[in-house]
Design a protein around this ligand. Structure first.
Ligand SMILES: *[C@@H]1O[C@H](CO)[C@@H](O)[C@H](O)[C@H]1NC(C)=O
Ligand SMILES: *[C@@H]1O[C@H](CO)[C@@H](O)[C@H](O)[C@H]1NC(C)=O
Ligand SMILES: CC(=O)N[C@H]1CO[C@H](CO)[C@@H](O)[C@@H]1O
Length: 450
């Protein structure tokens, strides 16, 4: 008896399904390939089995290590076969528009109602960035969490390739993390410096190790505190030597990479140090003004004196690009880049609101021209890119919270840039940075693997 009634129940429940439109027989198929990949690797997102000309929204969702939710989305219309191919089809609206294969990542932003002025940064590179990609019926712009998706795929984005080793460095007072590519080596070495925000930021080094470079992320400003006894020139020299003397590093294939304040140090060390003699340097959003012949504490004291030149825009965001303007003509106030003896790659964005990188690049070019080493300089200029030119597909942050060192003041710093051109700058410059390192450290013109 029981079996029969169950069966009848089933038949009744199934019956209407047979008679309704074809729509309910369709089960959209969403694929993301590779679903586990490197952060600088493109993925292919394809939706199949939709109705022809069906409006759908592709949505990405990420929960950061700080537990904030970030999302991006694009509006699509399927083709006559019921397919959407993100690499070929246009997003008609959303957080990005146009044919943008990686828009679901570079246009990520905090979901409405989040804390303000956030920046997304991966602190633990031993775990991947997890991004859920979903497809929704219709063109939605909000309410994703209350709507059920037609399909979802969980993707992983890694900074550390399989086999890359992460080594803590606490030696001679130096604080850093070394990333070693898989295999016996030896490898060229890259010393990697981030900017004035301080802390130990590992993700770019992990990614460079994934591309075959022994890369050391160096902490040189402890967040929130600077002491007179802190870091001076010898600190960077010690760090450079630790990397250079590592058994898996090729002593005569060394490079420095800096962003913002890290660039200031790169210029200064390359020009003045008798220990730091790299084969090439990359400076992103940097300047040769503010020579670091002083300890970090004194440099920040100097910068504080320039605070009168700091501006606030209508949104109360801090704009610091003016503080080194006009570029001083007094050679004592800037690193003498005419003495640089190795190839130098500068990366700048024309909408940098944090540092006068436009003008610095011009001045560097002039100084090198005069000194006869202009042939060593390559400048990549990106229209409408901001200050924070990071690895590919990192979301664009126009303004974020920032702690002014030693003043214990939290401000919102304006970095600048427009999202789409900034994303382009990140993708293009990364390829060229890798190619530059390959050329000058591996001695070949091997196209960087991307
Ligand atoms: C992503 O999807 C997985 C599997 O469904 C789920 O466990 C996880 O909570 C989702 N992540 C977010 C941020 O919603
Ligand atoms: C940088 O230079 C370009 C071209 O000269 C200019 O349009 C742009 O406004 C400059 N950027 C800033 C932030 O001043
Ligand atoms: C040295 C150099 O090429 N500097 C460039 C930096 O960006 C501005 C804005 O596009 C250019 O005008 C400069 O030539």
């Amino acid at each position: 008896m029981k079996r029969w009634s169950t069966l009848i129940g089933r038949v009744i429940m199934l019956a209407p399904v047979r008679t309704v439109s074809t729509e309910s027989r369709r089960c959209p198929m969403l694929t993301v390939q590779p679903c586990r990949g490197m952060v600088d690797e493109k993925f292919q997102v394809i939706i199949k089995n939709l109705l022809p000309n069906q409006e759908v929204t592709l949505h990405s969702l990420h929960q950061s290590e700080d537990k904030d939710f970030w999302e991006a989305f694009g509006h699509y219309i399927s083709d006559e076969h019921g397919t959407v191919t993100v690499a070929k089809d246009e997003s008609l609206g959303g957080t990005y528009e146009g044919t943008e294969q990686m828009g679901l990542l570079w246009s990520l932003r905090p979901v409405p109602g989040s804390r303000s002025a956030l920046r997304l940064r991966k602190m633990n590179v031993l775990t991947p960035m997890v991004v859920n990609i979903s497809v929704y019926n219709g063109h939605l712009s909000q309410g994703f969490s209350q709507t059920s998706a037609l399909a979802t795929t969980v993707t992983e984005r890694w900074y550390m390739a399989p086999g890359v080793q992460r080594v803590d460095i606490r030696e001679n007072g130096v604080r850093g993390t070394l990333f070693l590519p898989p295999g016996p080596g030896p490898y060229p070495g890259v010393l990697d410096l981030w900017g004035g925000g301080g802390g130990l930021i590992e993700y770019r080094s992990a990614l460079l190790a994934s591309h075959g470079f022994a890369c050391m992320a160096l902490e040189y400003i402890s967040p929130g505190e600077l002491k007179k006894t802190d870091v001076d020139n010898t600190y960077f020299e010690k760090a450079y030597q630790i990397l250079q003397n590592h058994p898996l590093v090729q002593k005569d294939k060394m490079a420095m990479l800096g962003l913002c304040f890290g660039s200031v140090i790169t210029f200064s060390m390359t020009v003045y140090s008798s220990v730091i003699k790299p084969q090439c340097c990359v400076c992103i959003s940097g300047s040769h003004v503010v020579p670091v012949n002083k300890c970090m504490f004194e440099v920040f004291e100097d910068i504080k004196k320039l605070m009168g030149k700091v501006q606030e825009n209508e949104d109360k965001h801090i704009v610091t690009r003016e503080i080194i303007l006009p570029i001083p003509s007094d050679p004592a106030l800037k690193a003498d880049v005419g003495r640089i003896k190795c190839p130098l790659l500068l990366v700048n964005g024309t909408d940098d609101q944090n540092w006068a990188t436009n003008e610095s690049a011009e001045d560097i070019k002039m100084m090198m021209e005069k000194a006869g080493n202009r042939h060593l300089l390559t400048v990549l200029t990106y229209p409408d890119a901001g200050h924070l030119i990071e690895p590919p597909y990192t979301p664009h942050f126009r303004a974020t919270n920032f702690l002014l060192h030693d003043m214990k003041v939290k401000v919102v710093m304006l970095w600048g840039g427009q999202t789409k051109p900034h994303a382009y700058a990140q993708e293009d410059s990364w390829k060229k940075i890798l190619a530059f390192f390959h050329e000058h450290l591996y001695g070949s013109n091997v196209k960087a693997k991307l």
